[in-house]
Design a protein around this ligand. Structure first.
Ligand code: HEC
Length: 193
């Protein structure tokens, strides 16, 4: 009895050390991408408070945040998913590699939106004069509007154009960015229990 307790506490110390250096014992590329995702999560959390008006609008913070998202999306993201890398505490689904085109497509989409978000930082939350108009509540960019069902993904010609995107109010771009995170997680990440 005594021995097994000793053994257990020894094991705990060892796993405690591992947890301190890695998310749930993740190592290598899995840990790297978890860190990258975590950095994006932090950005989205702080920007989301700004979008809701809980913190003051800060164009520079939007630009900086967008840079972080940009640096972890596109190829930077897909490179962190070498085939079959689902070891340890990874929540990545094997479908990533059987649907690689879609997976990398969403990653590219994130980069496009993050880039536009940074460029649109000076546009502010809503475009002056557009309040209550097309960009207003329930309007084109509002909930259930163009971004709703079949919206964003259904009109590639418009939504893939970086120049048009950069003219949008920050809030719309933020929502599109957030939806891109969820789109990938819904399909390619095992839901947390
Ligand atoms: C192209 C797909 C894709 C996109 C886009 C994406 N993610 Fe992820 N994300 C994943 C996958 C897959 C995992 C699980 C990785 C693992 O556990 O190996 C993950 C995990 C995470 C985690 C958990 C990390 C951890 O420590 O376990 C967070 C937080 C996260 N993503 C935030 C974001 C945010 C915020 C965005 C958007 C700005 C985003 N992700 C965009 C695929 C994506």
């Amino acid at each position: 009895m005594k021995l097994s307790v000793l053994f257990l506490s020894g094991a705990l110390v060892v796993s405690g050390v591992a947890a301190a250096v890695a998310h749930g014992g993740a190592t290598g590329i899995v840990k790297e991408r978890m860190d990258a995702m975590g950095a994006m999560g932090k950005v989205m959390k702080s920007l989301s408070a700004m979008m809701r008006g809980e913190t003051e609008y800060d164009a520079e913070a939007v630009r900086k945040g967008a840079e972080v998202l940009q640096s972890h999306s596109g190829e930077a993201l897909t490179k962190q998913f070498p085939e079959g890398s689902i070891e340890g505490p990874s929540e990545a689904k094997p479908e990533i590699w059987s649907n690689w085109e879609e997976f990398s497509g969403i990653s590219g989409q994130l980069k496009l939106f993050a880039t536009a978000l940074g460029e649109a930082a000076d546009n502010g939350l809503s475009t002056p004069g557009a309040r209550g108009g097309m960009m207003g509540q329930g309007g084109l960019m509002g909930q259930g509007g163009m971004m709703g069902q079949g919206g964003m993904m259904g009109d590639p010609s418009h939504m893939q154009n970086p120049e048009l995107l950069a003219q949008m109010p920050v809030q719309g771009l933020f929502n599109m960015t957030a939806q891109t995170c969820s789109a990938c997680h819904t399909k390619f990440r095992i839901e947390k229990k």
